[in-house]
Design a protein around this ligand. Structure first.
Ligand code: ADP
Length: 672
């Protein structure tokens, strides 16, 4: 009797069905030995992807998870050759499987995983080890990111096709063309020699003679493209009547205007056999005018190579990729379609599930949509949709997050909905379509984290305030007693307490920011004064660096001075933190295009291009040997950026590794 199958196991089985040899190997593999664990723990998105791969007739390969664990299908298998990496590659880590090409492909994987553009390469030479040697292999491949349920990158899917054969044949064609150019026939004997060469050439070659383009020579490779056709001695339109549509015009141009022509992937509907069905065939070819003794065109030399297989493969690849994307999207996204003229609303299965209904009856905007929205969010969502319907305000764009309470299941969900309204000629909205995505998990995590940070920071503040008060009392006392040692020690304590207060305030700011409670207390002030004050205060407490400030013109700002001071403080503190002792830090300001611009320049370690974009993200820190000893949480720049953005300003950095960085921010100047 077979062992009982548990409920959970049943749920993944359908995904691993079929798939021939690789299906069998995938099912039999001991996945518990890898970081991704056994299939019952695989995510829906991994299961779906593996199922698509196993059931695809097209070569596919997947790297999944942080260790880039590998999957592939039967169609991909031959690429490994006979004694290559198969079957060890299954379940193996990417880096262990491909040491010889890892430096080439790892950056591609990283780029795709980081959300970069999908990578598409045609006819790339990537030598691989197979058939007991390192072989030159050409590939056309596409790397694309597969997301997991939470919308984060889960893996990289490679759909590929080997184009080695085509490339080799194309090279032969070029060689034949070169031979022709060298021997541009003049004398009869040379022509004969050339003919012999043509007859043996691996590319399809024919010579068309006279204005009617009569087949004067047809080599075996050319004949192979059109088996059974009797071409020799016939005008081309008689031998190949199908070409009249696409190719005849080109030939006329070559003949009458003495112009050579090179076509790549030209579509020629052409029967393969006499009387056979017309097929969509594709060719690379070269037409070369042939000249007589007087230098006039008297014929055309044709070199041709069929690329139908390659083009079909490419098309199939694109289709497969599209299908996969649709499947991935469909698994996660629900769709809605509201006809504003008819007053109808359509929801697909997934959308219904996200609004907590299971029936199949018609849904309405009022009853099923508005009523399902959490009462605290209804007003905001309604307002937002109203704006979406005013073309001049929103251009019809819709992207919002809100809570729903399932109509039947009463479940609370966070939803992100994106879409677009379309308008008629009078800018009246006529249709509203889009998608809905469940973001409950992410949202709850975020809320829990923020609540925790806010609570801890708040709790830490009280004891710290007490410590601060006592330190100050003790400082006053030791000053009075002229106890220099204690005074110096207390000064240090005071400095650390200040630092800690700063950090805690930073965390509190973050939680305020994220709950939308940041409040700008704007007043008019002189930028120069604020800079001078802040710089002087920092300079007096810094012995390690020289801080210079260049006086700037009078710029009157209308902003939250304390928050801008916080930004300046932050940027100068970073300049001190991330540059060696004894270096110069320059602060400058100027007015450019109606904006006040402040710069903080250091001679520090500098920042890599890839880090530059992320520096202003929450909790982002550059990790290297230098920074590992410098403490911080990666929130200073995030807060600075938020403050500047709340002021409708901009913040950015220019930097060169080893030379230093300059941080800039600019704020709009409002006339008083
Ligand atoms: P923290 O300094 O607490 O880590 P920040 O948000 O202020 O957080 O800075 C984020 C990261 O940016 C830092 O960890 C550091 O790697 C990098 N960084 C910031 N300022 C500089 C600078 N002037 N030079 C080099 N790297 C810097």
């Amino acid at each position: 009797m077979p062992p009982p199958v548990s409920q959970q196991q049943l749920s993944y089985h359908p995904y691993l069905e079929g798939g021939g040899e690789m299906g069998q190997l995938t099912r039999g593999f001991d996945w518990s030995s890898t970081v991704i664990g056994t299939p019952e723990n695989w995510s829906q998105s991994l299961l779906t992807t593996v199922s698509i791969i196993l059931n695809s007739k097209f070569p596919m390969f997947l790297w999944w998870g942080p260790e880039l664990i590998q999957f592939y299908n039967d169609a991909y298998r031959p690429s490994f050759g006979n004694d290559g990496k198969h079957p060890t590659a299954l379940g193996q880590k990417g880096a262990a499987c491909w040491p010889e090409i890892w430096p080439v492909i790892k950056p591609l994987i990283d780029q795709v995983m980081a959300g970069g553009e999908a990578v598409w390469h045609e006819d790339q030479l990537i030598p691989i080890y197979r058939n007991n040697k390192l072989e030159d292999v050409y590939w056309t491949f596409n790397y694309s990111r597969v997301n997991n349920e939470t919308g984060k990158p889960g893996g990289v899917l490679v759909i590929c096709t080997e184009t080695t054969k085509q490339i080799k044949a194309y090279n032969d064609l070029s060689r034949a063309k070169q031979a022709l150019e060298m021997a541009q026939a003049e004398s009869e004997s040379q022509r004969d020699r050339l003919k012999r060469f043509f007859m043996q050439a691996p590319a399809g070659i024919c010579i068309l003679n006279g204005p009617d383009l009569v087949f004067e020579l047809v080599n075996p490779s050319y004949q192979e493209l059109l088996p059974g056709r009797n071409l020799l001695g016939k005008p081309i339109l008689e031998g190949l009547p199908e070409i009249k549509e696409n190719v005849w015009g080109i030939l006329q141009d070559v003949y009458h205007n003495d112009k050579s022509f090179e076509g790549n992937g030209v579509h020629v509907p052409l029967a393969r056999y006499i009387g056979g069905p017309i097929e969509d065939r594709y060719f690379n070819f070269i037409y070369q005018p042939r000249h007589n003794a007087e230098g006039l065109v008297d014929g055309i030399l044709v070199f041709v190579f069929e690329v139908t297989e390659m083009i079909n493969a490419k098309n199939k690849l694109e289709k497969e990729q599209h299908k996969l994307q649709m499947a991935m999207i469909a698994a996660d996204l629900g769709t809605f379609d509201r006809d504003l003229e008819k007053g109808t609303l359509e929801w697909d299965e997934r959308c219904r599930a996200l609004f907590g209904i299971s029936h199949q009856e018609a849904v309405t905007f009022e009853d099923d949509f508005l009523n399902a929205i959490h009462p605290e969010d209804t007003g905001r969502v309604k307002d937002f949709i109203n704006k979406v319907f005013i073309k001049t305000v929103s251009n019809g764009d819709y992207d919002i997050q809100f809570r729903t309470i399932g109509k039947e299941d009463q479940k609370l969900r966070w939803i992100r909905s994106m879409g677009k309204a379309t308008f008629d000629g009078q800018d009246k909205p006529v249709r509203f379509t889009g998608t809905v995505l469940d973001i409950t998990e992410q949202k709850l995590n975020e809320i829990r984290k923020n609540d925790f940070i806010a609570m801890v920071s708040h709790e830490l503040k009280t004891p710290l305030t007490t410590v601060k008060a006592y330190v100050q009392m003790l400082m006053a006392k030791s000053k009075k007693n002229e106890d220099d040692f204690t005074l110096a020690a207390l000064n240090k304590v005071n400095k650390q307490v200040k630092k800690m207060t700063g950090m805690i305030n930073g965390f509190l700011d973050i939680s305020r920011l994220e709950t939308g409670k940041i409040h700008l207390n704007k007043t008019y002030f002189l930028l120069h004064d604020l800079l001078k004050e802040t710089v002087e205060e920092l300079a007096s407490a810094t012995q390690s660096h020289t801080i210079s400030f260049m006086a700037c013109e009078t710029i009157n700002l209308y902003a939250d001075a304390e928050k801008i001071r916080q930004v300046i403080n932050n940027l100068i503190s970073n300049a001190i933190k991330y540059s060696p002792k004894g270096k110069l830090i320059e602060i400058a300001c100027q007015q450019i295009d109606g904006m006040a611009q402040v710069s903080i320049k250091d001679e520090g370690m500098g920042i890599k291009q890839q880090d530059k974009e992320k520096l202003f993200e929450r909790f982002y820190r550059v990790e290297n040997a230098h920074t590992s000893t410098i403490s911080g949480f990666g929130i200073g720049l995030y807060l600075s950026a938020e403050i500047i953005q709340h002021h409708a300003g901009k913040i950015w950095v220019e930097s060169e590794i080893g030379k230093g960085s300059t941080f800039y921010f600019s704020l709009p100047i409002y006339p008083r």
